[in-house]
Design a protein. Structure first.
Length: 125
């Protein structure tokens, strides 16, 4: 989904893929000094907006998505956020709300109220 979105934009868009650019889990200490985290934080700081493509597990955003927030920290302030969610079923459609609330309250982010929530039925094999 994220790749399709990047390809459809007519603006300068960068895809940051955690599979290709793995980040360490936040330890609240030494991780912030790692080169890959410093590079990631610079990208976040320079971004006009962020569209986060996330899987939904057990009715909640994935740990990778939460880790992005922890590592991004104050670089996330006042950013506009959108979400692309992939889930196993329709019942977890509100799963992104705790993450969105944290971004709004902790970092004063602007959340795009409409987001993509796709299940396996929305994808062609």
């Amino acid at each position: 989904m994220a790749k399709y979105l990047v390809d459809s934009f007519e603006k300068d868009v960068e895809l940051f893929d955690l599979q290709k650019n793995p980040l360490p889990m936040c330890d609240g200490d030494d991780c912030y000094d790692l080169p890959e985290v410093l590079d990631f934080r610079k990208k976040i700081k320079n971004a006009e907006g962020i569209i986060m493509a996330i899987p939904v597990y057990n009715f909640n955003a994935s740990s990778g998505a939460k880790n992005i927030v922890e590592l991004g920290g104050r670089m996330l302030y006042d950013k506009t956020f959108g979400f692309l969610c992939a889930a196993g079923g329709r019942n977890s459609y509100m799963s992104v709300m705790s993450l969105a609330n944290s971004l709004m309250l902790d970092f004063r982010c602007y959340i795009i109220p409409k987001f993509v929530f796709a299940t396996k039925n929305d994808f062609e094999e």
